[in-house]
Write a protein that binds this ligand. Structure first.
Ligand SMILES: [Zn+2]
Ligand SMILES: [Zn+2]
Length: 350
């Protein structure tokens, strides 16, 4: 075992605080990564505070990890010391089920192993995430990151980036498509950048008039204030695809009615309490579809990182020190962040 250190929550009410723990020594197929930056995802907060009821304490959150390879196992071929790499939401999966065989580890039928709060097969313990000085991960779950990208701003690509990229690709968004992105937060701002880079005509939906200028700057062709019924009505039956990133329960019909015949709205925000059920007629009459999507597989995550390197896409971030994390959680709850906090891990006390 090797001694690691980071920040952990020890109970639902405790603020995150310095914590020492052990990582496994890299096995033959493992890569050890010295972490440079870790993005702050809403899932981190949900887990730290046990809001999903499944947290095993102490918990070290963080699954938007960028760092450099500091050790490799004897069988590792693809990675070399000093290489810039990333780790996202998964560090393992069964590798035998139909989903894993198709490279869709996020839908592993035996459950993928989360980067934190997951069952670590190699040790029988629990996985600890990226609010730490280092991490040890099986090479299959390590991603290559181009040196062309700013490593701090690239960190959120590992969750927010792939969560929005995967559905845009699955529903074949591209030139000639009119695409809606609902919500301009950590996920939504990535959705706007990616859909724009894929060549779509992008319309951003927001409830905040204060976000219009930002959305246009990020790549939206048009912004619609979703509370304004007249503005919404102008877009009825016109969208090929809508990516809905909003995690608060809201009226889905307002957006479903904007889809063309055979159009799809995909939900990637997970509300604590359900959305009101949409009107079934809204689906039936134009054969519209309502769908969901979870992050992306490892192969697709690599494709997304390469796409971002080619198009110069990263997240808009606010870099923080690790001792600012509890304050950052409070600000995140108020949506007071443009558009992702990223922890500079050089601020971690040894
Ligand atoms: Zn996440
Ligand atoms: Zn599997």
């Amino acid at each position: 075992m090797s001694a690691s250190y980071g920040y952990a929550a020890v109970s639902p009410k405790a603020p995150l605080a310095p914590y020492r723990f052990d990582r496994r020594e890299p096995g033959a197929h493992d890569v050890q990564i010295d972490i440079l930056y870790c993005g702050v995802c809403h899932s981190d907060l949900h887990t730290a505070r046990n809001e999903w009821g499944n947290t095993i304490y102490p918990t070290v959150p963080g699954h938007e990890i960028v760092g450099r390879v500091s050790k490799v196992g004897s069988q590792v071929q693809q990675f070399k010391l000093g290489q810039l790499v990333g780790v996202g939401c998964m560090v393992d999966s069964c590798q035998t089920c139909a989903s894993c065989a198709e490279g869709l580890e996020q839908y592993c039928e035996n459950g993928f192993v989360g980067t934190y709060n997951g069952p670590e097969k190699q040790t029988g313990g629990i996985t600890y995430g990226g609010y730490a000085n280092n991490i040890v991960v099986h090479e299959k779950f390590v991603l290559r990151i181009s040196d062309k990208l700013d490593p701090a701003a690239a960190a959120p690509l590992l969750c927010a980036g792939i969560t929005t990229y995967s559905p845009l690709r699955h529903w074949k968004v591209g030139k000639g498509h009119k695409v809606g992105i609902v919500g301009l937060g950590g996920l939504g701002h990535m959705g706007v950048k990616l859909a724009h880079a894929m060549g779509a005509y992008v319309v951003l939906f927001t409830t905040s008039p204060g976000k219009v200028a930002d959305a246009l700057k990020l790549g939206a062709d048009e912004v619609v204030i979703s509370k304004d019924e007249a503005q919404m009505a102008q877009h009825a039956n016109s969208f090929d695809f809508i990516l809905n990133t909003v995690a608060a329960p809201h009226n889905l019909d307002a957006f479903l009615s904007l889809l063309k015949r055979d159009g799809t709205m995909t939900l990637v925000g997970a509300p604590d309490t359900p959305h009101p059920s949409p009107t079934v007629f809204n689906l039936i009459l134009q054969r519209r579809k309502l769908a969901g999507s979870l992050i992306g597989g490892i192969k697709e995550t690599q494709e997304m990182l390469d796409f971002c390197a080619e198009h110069g896409i990263t997240s808009d971030i606010e870099l923080i020190k690790i001792d600012e994390i509890n304050q950052a959680y409070e600000r995140m709850l108020k949506s007071d962040v443009k558009y992702r906090f990223v922890i500079d891990m050089s601020s971690l006390p040894a």
